[in-house]
Ligand binder design. Structure first.
Ligand code: AMP
Ligand code: MG
Length: 446
């Protein structure tokens, strides 16, 4: 924890931190995870840490791009509907064929898409340019090789000439052996995984997805699906943040709500440390009587035997929602822990601003934060915002018009409005009012 001003009077917990300072402090404490070897599909969305070179050319051999006949160009020179070239069909070549018939003068081999070009052949004539063949070879009419007879015998009439290499995909025309397939730093999406598979890679070295444990706190919380008792509410934060953690690229472990009891919380955190690269808690960080996270994890809490919790700091951030935030490292591995406020919108906005970048930094991804665009405010009345706070209001962004309009009010309990928004409208610290038509920054939630 760096405390830019560490004087006694102005410690990290008493002064107001800016959003940017808090984020910078978190990111300075988070290092990308050590690379591991993962199977291709497990590496989806991860960052490659090795340069992958092509071991064998793609395609590995000259092959046909059409179903048709492999021919010698001289044999079909000048061929037309009126004067077709008549060739003897010497056999079939299917995709996967190992033994290839040699095509001599006056001969053709029936060939399927992807099948190797047989020796002697210089081009492929699509089946549409022929009569489809007659006799033994044609009887199978492009059936799979296993079902086809040998394919030899019979004739085919070709109606058009063919240029050399017509409908032939050349060996190495995609990538050549020794080429760089993918450079270290590439994020593996479906097309990159396709290439790795096509060149025969079963596993790759990547930074793994971080394991993120999400734990909500509050004795009032009931798990969805169970009956609500008087005064209780459903735990939505642990679901929202586990989903958000996955969306950011993490493997999320959702821990059901922990009661407002410091000992239970310490025990629960200690239990979870073993499977966490990052811990996220919600609730219990403000100044209420039952603010258990603060109680359990602040230095005072650690002194009576917490899970090695001396490095947590609880702060006020100049933002709305999300003013109270806790951050530190915990346990023998100094696992980062972000303690977010409990109000559902506060915890979600805090996740987007602080946890998502932390997750993406652990993954070594280049873009750690959501995209921000400028948009014009479309609203009936001006937005008002407290002085000295960066406000994040829920909005609906319309890229076609470059506008954004408010969804719901500023209350941090408004879960339904959040569910119908796709953006956060940002009102800077020094702005207290935004008129309709004015431009503001908009965080796109994707
Ligand atoms: P706290 O910061 O713990 O005082 O929580 C602030 C408000 O958010 C209270 O009204 C809580 O009931 C509510 N809250 C806290 N945790 C959750 C949760 N996991 N799901 C839904 N609401 C919550
Ligand atoms: Mg609470």
């Amino acid at each position: 924890m760096s405390s830019p001003d560490a004087s006694q009077q102005d410690t990290g917990s008493s002064r107001l931190w800016s959003v940017d300072e808090h984020l910078a402090d978190i990111l300075a404490a988070v290092r990308p995870l050590e690379p591991i070897e993962l199977r291709l599909l497990d590496a989806q969305g991860c960052v490659l840490v090795e340069d992958v070179t092509v071991p064998v050319a793609l395609p590995p051999f000259d092959n046909s791009s059409m179903d048709g006949y492999a021919v010698r160009t001289a044999d079909v020179q000048g061929a037309s509907e009126e004067f077709p070239a008549v060739l003897t069909v010497i056999g079939d070549v299917a995709a996967g064929s190992g033994e290839l018939p040699a095509v001599g003068p006056g001969q053709a081999a029936r060939i399927m898409t992807g099948a190797p070009l047989p020796p002697g052949a210089e081009a492929v004539v699509p089946v549409e340019w022929t009569d489809g063949g007659t006799g033994a070879g044609a009887a199978a009419a492009m059936a799979p090789a296993s079902a086809a007879p040998e394919g030899a015998g019979g004739e085919v009439r070709v109606h058009r000439p063919a240029q050399a290499r017509a409908h032939v995909r050349a060996r190495g025309s995609d990538v050549r052996a020794g080429d760089l397939a993918l450079a270290a730093g590439t994020v593996l999406g479906p097309p990159q995984i396709a290439l790795l598979a096509a060149i025969g890679r079963g596993t790759v070295r990547v930074r793994p997805r971080p394991r993120v444990v999400v734990m909500s706190t509050g004795s009032e919380l009931v798990q969805p699906g169970e009956a609500l008792t008087s005064g209780a509410i459903y735990d939505s934060n642990s679901f929202a943040l586990a989903a958000a953690a996955r969306d950011a690229g993490a493997i999320a472990y959702r821990v059901g709500a922990v009661a407002d009891d410091a000992e239970s919380l310490k025990a629960a955190i200690e239990d979870q440390l073993v499977r966490a690269d990052l811990l996220v808690t919600t609730g219990g960080v403000s100044v209420g009587a039952y603010d258990v996270v603060k109680e359990a994890l602040s230095s005072a809490g650690a002194a009576d035997g917490g899970p090695d919790a001396g490095r947590m700091e609880f702060r006020k951030i100049a933002m709305q929602p999300g003013k109270p935030q806790g951050f530190g490292t915990i346990g023998p591995d100094h696992t980062p822990l972000l303690a977010l406020p409990g109000n559902p919108v506060s915890s979600y906005v805090s996740f987007e601003l602080f946890v998502r970048p932390a997750i993406r930094t652990l993954m070594g991804l280049p873009d750690v934060s959501r995209p921000v665009v400028r948009a014009r405010l479309e609203a009936d009345k001006a937005l008002t915002s407290p002085a000295g706070r960066r406000q994040f209001l829920r909005g609906a962004h319309r890229p076609e018009t470059g506008t954004v309009s408010p969804v719901g009010g500023s209350g941090s309990h408004l879960i339904a409005a959040l569910a119908h928004a796709d953006a956060l409208m940002v009102v800077p610290e020094d702005v207290t009012s935004v008129e309709p038509g004015a431009e503001l920054d908009v965080v796109l939630l994707g």
